[in-house]
Ligand binder design. Structure first.
Ligand code: TRP
Length: 464
């Protein structure tokens, strides 16, 4: 508990938290979720979720982490101790650590695809490929376990390397390089695709003209789940990073920055992808293949320009994924280091090897186990892992954190944490974290467990 706060610069918490938030969730998942969930309807609900649930929850996690100056388990333990609350609340952090291990195992597989695509574009072999050929390329990649395992391993190796170097040298230094490149590259691609294709206006309409008729219960549920994943809330990642925060840094302001940057990146990803989709008459609701097949096809049609754009874009995806994946290792390693006095490098290597091995479940789900239906759920093993983490563990963690911070933890801790807020704003935050957030999360949680059909039935019953 006496460990000194290690971020050297005030801005590093924002940089690190934004780095962990911005990743495949923004560049790969957000655009296809928009496409699959009715365009602007999804965007609108998503923005509301970030504002109403995401931001207050991020502030809560930051308060706990900053207060303790230690790993997430210790952070909850300490605040609980000071509040005479049960130490059992520490279970939230342990559940979080388990969830992010599973998430890392599949996240690294998908990030691995980006390596393959970066090289394929850089080598010029993608040039002039037609949509069918691009689909075949993607299919070939997925059907080749060795190729997937190799790229996944490469990705995990880089993740582990950054972590092994230590929070100060590793995370802070690498993010200082990664994040600016990330912004720059995305801006260039957005500039190109929005203006060179002449589809800027259509994209604005598609993403922002409110069409309330398209807001269905499922759109709301998906938008909330996406907000959790994208802001990596509910699993103590933000809490871990907040422990390194300098005393004078404002929790409110940092949380607002991080949430807005993450949201901006997702919107920018939309503006990078949709204009190209529209200009080429492609299908916006192409699902998870949107980034890898649809967008790649468009790049391929652009000749040399496309080769450069494609290679830079997928390189950007790798960087974004890397700054996210390090946040999936740090909570566990920090905990082992502080709680059990284990060696940082050794624990990083073991954890990464374990995640690589566990990732085989995901790798095989795209080929030899592609037809496997786990326990009659209609899901492949990968789908199930994704579901259990994103739709169950994250919302559950978020719910518990809001209950813990709102009800169990001494309000004095949160009042001190949010010292820059006036009484009115603090009251609003407290009300949100006590009532609004838990109730909304409970609804999404129950509905995602029940599934779409049951939920529609239930809503039908309620609304008549
Ligand atoms: N938020 C990241 C993204 O959008 C993914 C991520 C990083 C994450 N750390 C996490 C998701 C922890 C869940 C839990 O890509």
């Amino acid at each position: 508990m006496t460990e000194t706060k290690v971020w050297a610069k005030k801005s590093t918490f924002i940089l690190a938290a934004a780095g962990s938030a911005i990743g495949l969730g923004n560049l790969w998942k957000f655009p296809y979720m928009v496409g699959e969930n009715g365009g602007s309807a999804f965007v609108l609900v998503y923005l509301l979720c970030v504002l109403v649930i995401g931001l207050p929850l991020m502030m809560s996690e930051t308060i706990v982490g900053k207060f303790s100056n230690g790993n997430a388990v210790q952070a909850i333990g300490l605040t609980a101790h000071k509040s005479n609350a049960s130490q059992a609340w520490k279970g939230i952090a342990i559940m979080g650590i388990i969830a992010i291990f599973i998430i890392l195992s599949f996240y690294s597989v998908i990030a691995g695809w980006a390596f393959d695509y970066t090289l394929a574009f850089a080598s010029g072999s993608m040039e002039n490929k037609q949509a069918s050929e691009m689909g075949a390329f993607f299919g070939e990649l997925l059907s080749d376990p060795q190729r997937l395992i190799m790229w996944q391993g490469v990705f995990i190796f880089f993740t582990g390397l950054i972590i092994a170097l230590g929070a100060y040298k590793g995370i802070e230094k690498s993010l200082g390089i990664i994040m600016p490149i990330l912004f720059l590259l995305l801006f260039i691609i957005v500039g190109y695709s929005s203006f060179a294709t002449g589809e800027f206006k259509n994209t604005v309409t598609y993403m922002f003209s409110p069409d309330f008729s398209k807001i269905t219960p499922m759109v709301v549920i998906n938008a909330m789940g996406q907000a959790f994943f994208s802001l990596n809330l509910g699993i103590c990642v933000i809490m871990t990073y907040a422990a390194y925060m300098q005393e004078e840094v404002s929790i409110t302001r940092s949380s607002i920055y991080v949430a807005s940057m993450d949201t901006l990146m997702a919107i920018l990803a939309g503006f990078a992808i949709f204009p190209i989709v529209f200009a080429n008459g492609l299908d916006a609701s192409g699902g998870p293949g949107l980034l890898f097949v649809t967008l790649s096809t468009a790049f391929a049609q652009l000749g040399t320009v496309g080769t450069v754009l494609g290679a830079s874009f997928f390189f950007l995806v790798i960087l974004a994924a890397l700054s996210s994946s390090i946040s999936m290792v740090e909570p566990f390693v920090k905990w082992c280091e502080e709680r059990f006095k284990l060696n940082r490098v050794v624990m990083t290597i073991l954890y990464c090897l374990a995640a690589w091995g566990f990732g085989l479940i995901t790798v095989f789900s795209f080929n030899i186990w592609a037809k496997v239906d786990v326990l009659g759920t209609g899901k492949t093993p990968f789908d199930l892992l994704d579901f259990v983490t994103s739709s169950v563990m994250l919302p559950l963690g978020g719910l518990l954190i809001s209950l813990y911070v709102g009800w169990a933890m001494n309000t004095k801790i949160s009042r001190d944490g949010l010292s820059t807020l006036g009484n009115g704003m603090f009251g609003l935050w407290l009300f949100t974290i006590r009532f609004v957030a838990p109730i909304l999360i409970l609804i999404i949680f129950i509905s995602s467990v029940l599934g779409e059909a049951k939920m529609a039935e239930l809503i039908g019953m309620i609304t008549g």
